[in-house]
Design a protein around this ligand. Structure first.
Ligand code: G6P
Length: 529
């Protein structure tokens, strides 16, 4: 396409939301009018489905759940007046709590103020808060946030040692929708132990964010924790950033949560317009559908040209991949759907993997995120008439052009600045695009059956470890792995047993291995009495 035609196409497809100062350019996605026409019926259906979902339909059929994250930023949409009231009350409660913490009305027993937050959670209970903190935390936040988002002992130690002397001034948020996920449970137990070692009462510093009646909820009630905030059955983990999960840590860090909610609400309104051209989420979904051939054939590379949006791709990874990565469609056909997401930031990535994007395997489409505001205030000139921000902007345009010239498609999403309002809008935009895309490919975006398989397998490994220890405790002399597997009664699990005992051996857990560690058949295993 020549420059003139491309400029026409750019103008034809450019979406602009005036209130949010948000532009979406899909002109560099090479779909033609026939493709758009062919999709229009599918979109008609998707818009209807989305309206039903917002009205409270059981849009997550397997789990028999409503899907209500859109109500969080517009409580009037909730299907009952009680829910509307509950959502509104909850936001007020969060604001009041943050205010009391900031003023010191709520304070730790041995200090006038809380100065830190330790957020313990994983998946949807970590990625949103991490993304938002990185994007929006003010320079001198009232409380500085730290995360434990795994069950990695070294990671836990590192986070705890960074808090060290401040632990007594640390507000610990334990975030788990289900309240039964092992990783945050372990994190909580490890943190509790350190509190006890320092003679601090954990309950005075602890806040639970979970569903009513969950295991975590029970613990928080029994131990009389400082505060509890509810999570709802009808909000999925990966769409929970604008629920208590994201709003409590954001408010505590001094981030304007009302502005985030407003941004999301405005975006939702734009995304309800049932016209492809005028609906930014639909334009995204259309672009994804085109690029991936409706089958996830291409990966989504997220390239924000702004350091503070670094975690956007990691946040989107869960939102997109856990929602769209499904084996079965809604009719039970095997479809193995999904779109892989990765990314980091520009222009940094131009010095890393953009080489492959430009010239290598063409298995992706890029989403370039542009932020118009370079910085708060004026910039110095690094060359006559040129600032660092001009460079960033130039690199962005250069990459977009270089990709296009080599037949690599891209979407460009532009926001005026990174603010609570635009971040709220970005979250809402992608939540809706994922929902629409799921409708286009006829899958349930709101369950995650595949995650369970890994969890069950992990639980089986821990059970196997207990069985191994029982057998070894009775053995007087070291035994081979083969004999161990026989005695445990699961010869087919010998490889897992090897991995378990090797791990125990490496961690002074009372199991010793004799022989060549790299030759499992040579090994003898015993309890180190
Ligand atoms: O918030 P939680 O219930 O602890 O869940 C945390 C995460 O774990 C699960 O494995 C799910 O796949 C995620 O969607 C969820 O966000």
């Amino acid at each position: 396409m020549d420059a003139k035609a491309l400029w026409q196409r750019y103008q034809q497809w450019l979406y602009f939301h005036e209130g949010l100062g948000l532009y979406l350019d899909v002109s560099r996605m090479r779909f033609d009018d026939a493709f758009v026409e062919a999709c229009s019926l599918k979109f008609k259906h998707a818009f209807t489905q989305m309206t039903e979902l917002e009205n409270g339909a059981l849009a997550n059929p397997d789990e028999n759940r409503m899907v209500g994250h859109y109500w969080l930023r517009n409580p009037d949409l909730a299907p009952t007046p009680e829910l509307t009231q509950e959502i509104a009350n909850c936001i007020e409660k969060i604001e009041a709590f943050a205010e009391q913490v900031h003023t010191g009305e709520i304070h730790p027993p041995k200090a006038p103020l809380f100065t830190n937050i330790l957020s313990i959670g994983i998946g949807g209970s970590a990625l949103g808060p991490q993304f938002v903190s990185e994007a929006l935390v003010p320079n001198k936040p009232p409380l500085a946030i730290h995360f434990i988002d795994n069950t990695d002992p070294t990671g836990i130690d590192r986070t705890l040692s960074s808090l060290d002397e401040d632990l007594h001034r640390t507000l610990v948020l334990v975030i788990s929708k289900s309240g039964g996920t092992p990783e945050p449970r372990n994190g909580m137990m490890e943190v509790k132990r350190v509190f006890a070692e320092k003679d601090l009462d954990f309950a005075n510093n602890a806040v639970a964010i979970t569903m009513a009646g969950s295991k975590l909820d029970d613990i928080a009630t029994r131990e009389n924790w400082l505060a509890k905030f509810p999570m709802y059955d009808w909000v999925g983990g990966r769409t929970s950033e604008l629920s208590t999960v994201g709003l409590v840590p954001a408010a505590l860090q001094g981030i304007d949560i009302r502005a985030m909610l407003r941004g999301a609400k405005d975006m939702d309104e734009a995304n309800r317009i049932p016209e492809l051209h005028n609906n930014p989420a639909a334009l995204l979904a259309l672009s994804w559908y085109y690029a991936s051939n409706g089958k996830g054939e291409k990966d989504m590379v997220i390239l924000p040209y702004k350091d503070s949006l670094l975690l956007f791709s990691r946040y989107l990874q869960q939102l997109v991949m856990e929602s769209l990565g499904k084996e079965k469609d809604l009719d039970g056909n095997t479809v193995c759907q999904g779109i892989a997401v990765y990314g980091n930031k520009g222009s940094t990535d131009q010095h890393a993997y953009v080489q492959q994007l430009r010239e290598g395997v063409p298995n992706f489409f890029a989403t370039i995120v542009e932020v118009l505001e370079d910085r708060c205030g004026k910039s110095m000139e690094v060359e006559p008439g040129i600032t660092s921000g001009d460079y960033l902007s130039g690199f962005l345009q250069g990459t977009r052009q270089a990709l296009y010239e080599n037949n690599r498609d891209s979407i460009t999403l532009t926001i005026a600045q990174v603010s609570p309002r635009t971040v709220g809008a970005l979250i809402a935009l992608y939540e809706r695009a994922v929902g629409l895309y799921a409708n286009l490919v006829n899958i349930n975006a709101y369950h995650q059956p595949g995650v369970e398989a890994g969890k069950k397998a992990a639980a089986a490994i821990l059970e196997l470890q207990s069985s191994i220890m029982k057998v070894l405790e009775k053995e007087k002399v070291p035994i081979s792995l083969e004999l161990l597997a026989q005695k445990v009664g699961m010869p087919e699990k010998i490889e897992s047993m090897y991995m378990i005992v090797r791990h125990l051996h490496a961690n002074q857990r009372g199991v010793v291995l004799e022989g060549n560690l790299g030759k499992p058949s040579s090994l003898k295993v015993a309890i180190n009495f």
